[in-house]
Ligand binder design. Structure first.
Ligand SMILES: *Cc1c(COP(=O)(O)O)cnc(C)c1O
Length: 348
């Protein structure tokens, strides 16, 4: 059959393992261990009562209005998506044509590469230095360069590029810089206010991590209105459904829930970092809801397998020339204590 050659050639993005509910303790895909705000479920129930016979609002206006209020931006600077993966797809399709170039750091979120491949575009990975900062090469203009992705905090490291550096990178780049803030809710700063100042900065967000709503599928971005206008042409007409718009709107308006959840996860993150360092792992300071754990001598894969045998799933990542390691999501205190105990047994 005539499948496009670029599709046949690609490996395809492989998401983390999703066992059946109750089958394992999931510390592998950075989901939130706590249930979402009650207000989310109330809003979804209320939306059900209204019925689902009508199409939803095509732009997710209730959410845009809420996000504008919470972040102090104009609502026409917000675009809603079916998870932030949808948002990243819309961005790639808007800016990167066939044969053109997309830039990303390495190691980081591998989906960006797949998005370029689907477009028939090329991608270029620029390696982080030993301190998880980016060399000037990341911002250098290059023939065909149309978009750069930068997760901040980064995955798998949990580390951040300072805000002034982000602005400098954007100013030097010849194309938009997408700051993927999937984990910014757990960080000490974010770049939302840079969007109004610099046309080239686009900030993406998700409710999957910090709002405990990975199953709802809702993400969004901030960009200047004239760019949003173009992206609207690219997205599916009804990319967000009525239930997710209702749930996401309630979630983002419950600032008290977000604050409490964030506080709990940051405390547990410290417990996880300290525990892994005590076991001899090198763990960079994380501003996300996971940690990147590299042991100087002990192989990582058997540790991952040992944990899995006891029902604890963490993410084993192998970045070839950049090395491998274990990415562990912040769970509850109890889950992290058991995880640390298992890691200790595995390396003894
Ligand atoms: C989890 C994640 C996303 C995707 O989030 P969804 O909204 O669930 O699609 C995007 N970027 C990064 C860096 C992530 O880790």
């Amino acid at each position: 059959m005539n499948v496009r050659p670029e599709i046949q050639a690609m490996a395809g993005y492989v998401p983390g393992e999703q066992p059946r509910p109750g089958e394992a303790i999931k510390l592998n895909t950075n989901e939130n261990p706590y249930p979402a705000s009650d207000k989310v479920f109330e809003a979804i129930r209320a939306a059900c009562e209204t019925g689902l016979s009508r199409y939803p609002n095509a732009l997710g206006e209730p959410f845009r209005e809420a996000a504008a209020e919470v972040y102090g931006v104009e609502r026409d600077m917000v675009l809603c998506g079916n998870g932030s993966d949808d948002i990243l797809t819309i961005l790639t399709r808007t800016f990167v044509g066939s044969g053109e170039l997309l830039r990303l750091p390495r190691p980081s979120y591998i989906l960006y590469k797949s998005l370029a491949e689907i477009q028939g575009a090329r991608s270029e990975e620029v390696r982080f230095d030993g301190h998880w900062q980016l060399p000037p090469k990341f911002a250098q203009p290059k023939e065909g360069l149309k978009l750069a992705f930068l997760p901040n905090p980064n995955s798998p490291s949990g580390t951040v590029i300072p805000k002034r550096t982000i602005l400098e990178l954007a100013e030097q780049l010849p194309c938009p810089l997408v700051v993927d803030e999937a984990y910014a809710d757990f960080a000490e700063f974010d770049c939302v206010d840079l969007v109004a100042k610099c046309e080239k900065i686009i900030v993406t967000r998700t409710l999957s991590k910090a709002y405990s709503l990975a199953g709802l599928r809702f993400g969004y971005l901030f960009a200047q209105p004239h760019l949003i206008e173009q992206m609207v042409k690219v997205k599916d007409s009804y990319n967000c459904d009525a239930l997710s718009i209702a749930g996401a709107t309630a979630a983002i308006l419950d600032r008290e829930w977000r604050r409490d959840n964030r506080r709990k996860l940051i405390a547990t993150r410290t417990r996880l970092i300290d525990g892994m360092r005590n076991l001899g792992f090198c763990v960079p300071d994380s501003q996300a809801n996971f940690t990147w754990n590299v042991h100087p001598t002990i192989p990582h894969k058997p540790v991952y397998e040992y944990l899995k045998r006891y029902g604890y799933l963490v993410r084993y990542m192998d970045y070839a020339e950049c090395g491998d390691g274990l990415r562990i999501s912040v769970g509850t205190d109890e889950q992290i204590d058991i995880c640390l105990k298992l890691v200790n047994e595995a390396i003894r």
